[in-house]
Ligand binder design. Structure first.
Ligand SMILES: Cc1cc2nc3c(=O)[nH]c(=O)nc-3n(C[C@H](O)[C@H](O)[C@H](O)COP(=O)(O)OP(=O)(O)OC[C@H]3O[C@@H](n4cnc5c(N)ncnc54)[C@H](O)[C@@H]3O)c2cc1C
Length: 498
């Protein structure tokens, strides 16, 4: 029994979970005259599956025709370029190939083609091996046939989530972090939601809690209704350095298996190469460790697609957990009046997020009889990326703010000014990983070996934290424990430059 906390706060809509789905829903809700609050268990946005995926905007041929997954995939892929332009988020329409290595595999491609056509995907075609290699020269000589999907793309999943959250906040949504929802029960005029930090009374609740979404769904659906079952399905990756060559610029899949889309080799929007993921069911919803066996599996499969793949250029490995629903379908519906769910949002959930946002916000708005606002501002400008600016603009930025002249992360050329700007935005980073996801400081070849102390120092100053309060990711990932020197020469003890 969860102890009942006193009622502390109220809103019209409480969104549970600040992943890409919760943030997309929150932003769409702020188009209406609704007080929207997003409550997130972790310390920042984008801490679940949204931070550890392939970043692919899937064309939409994988999902079974007639499913919600198929419809929202195709709608989301169509919305993505415009949304990214509006929110200043990197997106590239690079196309994808599904490769097959023998004539028997062609039937699998035909099935995907037929599915894609039924789902409404444009411009799909099956091409021979030579044509596939003309589209993407790194493709293996062993490839016999491929499905070419020119509408597929790639997006920066971190910045998409951050930008959706920031724009929602700019339009009035509020966020609380380190606040985990424990339970929800119907109350007069809506829902009473108990959290680790108190409680909320909300007219409607949206459950976008990723791996925890089944628990909340099952607690609110009637006793006679079928239970939802979600299994964490781990996907492990290698990330290759930007200088790695030869690497593909088109996303390369292999024929899907019963566990998913298989191992891919794909560029990221920032010029790295992703290799993975695996698909291994685990019990622990925190089991994001990588294992030698899974990574060996990734390497073995990936070199079938790109035989010369430069795996010696690996700079890190990581894993994410898909919220795999037993029926492999998105569960987007009310489990009780006023309790809306976006549950079991596994791949292609990133692609579908813009469409899920519209769908859920429409349903909530209808239920609450909300009206459209006239003053919604959909455009958002990101932190200026100093390294990409023309020389003149760099010079004027440095003249205005000298901290833009201090390069903190040498691998990714991120300046102190950019970190300060990120900290002054509506949804600021709170940890090193929060800075990394927003600006790429620590994302490069040295993986933070050089920039960590400098980024810590900016976070301390901007957020008013003590050094021991700056964490890598969650609240328990300390970097420093306390001063090791107390002498007059110690720059840290004096709070000065390191
Ligand atoms: C390995 C892998 C590869 C993928 N590749 C792709 C791809 O290429 N393209 C694509 O379209 N999709 C892809 N996906 C799927 C995509 O990443 C997800 O569908 C999407 O990120 C789900 O977003 P979400 O917001 O529902 O979940 P999450 O990002 O997991 O967010 C849920 C949030 O809820 C919070 N939360 C949980 N419980 C509570 C609680 N009780 N109280 C408060 N907060 C809570 C969590 O901390 C988390 O931040 C991939 C996924 C994985 C794991």
């Amino acid at each position: 029994m969860v102890p009942r906390a006193p009622i502390e706060r109220e809103c019209d809509v409480l969104v549970i979970g600040a992943g890409v789905v919760g943030c997309a829903i929150a932003r769409e809700l702020t188009r209406r005259d609704l007080a929207v609050h997003v409550v997130e268990a972790e310390e920042d946005v984008c801490c679940g599956a949204s931070k550890a995926n392939s970043g692919i905007v899937h064309a939409g041929f994988d999902a079974r025709p007639g499913t919600l997954m198929a419809r929202l995939n195709v709608q989301g892929a169509a919305l993505m370029p415009g949304l990214c332009a509006e929110l200043d988020v990197p997106y590239r329409n690079n196309g994808s190939l599904v490769l097959c290595f023998d004539d028997e595999g062609r039937a699998g491609l035909e099935r995907l083609l037929a599915q894609g056509l039924r789902n409404g995907v444009r411009d799909l075609s099956i091409v021979g091996g030579d044509e596939a290699r003309a589209i993407e020269p790194t493709v293996s000589p062993e490839v016999r046939w491929a499905l070419w999907a020119p509408t597929a793309g790639i997006v920066d999943p971190f910045l998409l989530t951050v930008a959706l959250a920031e724009n929602a906040a700019e339009n009035g949504a509020e966020f609380s972090f380190n606040e985990r929802v424990a339970a929800a029960e119907p109350a007069r005029g809506g829902w009473l939601v108990t959290t680790s930090a108190g409680s909320w009374r909300a007219g409607a609740v949206v459950n976008a809690a990723g791996l925890d979404s089944a628990r909340l769904f099952n607690a609110t659906v009637g006793d006679a209704a079928p239970r939802l079952s979600i299994t964490p399905r781990r996907g492990s990756y290698y990330l290759l350095d930007k200088t790695a060559a030869p690497v593909p610029s088109v996303t390369l899949f292999q024929l899907p298996t019963d566990k998913g889309k298989g191992v891919l080799v794909a560029p990221t929007c920032h010029g790295n190469t992703l290799v993975g993921p695996t698909a291994v069911d685990v019990e622990d919803p925190l089991a994001t460790e990588t294992t030698a066996a899974e990574l060996a599996d990734v390497a073995e499969k990936a070199v079938r697609s790109v035989p010369d793949l430069p795996l010696r250029s690996v700079i890190t490995s990581f894993a994410g957990l898909r919220a795999h629903e037993a029926g492999h379908e998105f569960v987007i519906r009310e489990s009780a009046p006023g309790f809306f769910n976006a549950a079991g949002i596994e791949s292609p959930g990133l692609t579908s997020a813009p469409a899920i946002g519209v769908m859920v916000a429409d349903a909530v708005s209808r239920a609450l009889c909300a009206t459209q606002r006239g003053d919604f501002q959909g455009e958002r400008l990101g932190v200026p990326r100093f390294a990409d600016l023309p020389g003149e603009e760099q010079a004027s930025l440095v003249a205005e703010r000298p901290s833009y002249g201090h390069v903190v992360c040498r691998c990714e050329l991120v300046t102190q000014g950019e970190i300060e700007d990120a900290c002054r935005r509506p949804v600021p980073p709170r940890t090193l990983d929060g800075v990394k996801r927003r600006l790429r400081a620590g994302m490069g070849r040295c993986q933070g070996g050089f920039c960590t102390p400098f980024v810590m120092q900016v976070l301390e100053r901007e957020l008013g934290l003590a050094p021991s309060e700056v964490h890598k990711s969650g609240a328990r990932s300390w970097i420093v424990d306390g001063p090791t020197k107390t002498g007059a020469d110690d720059p840290v003890a004096k709070g000065g430059e390191r």
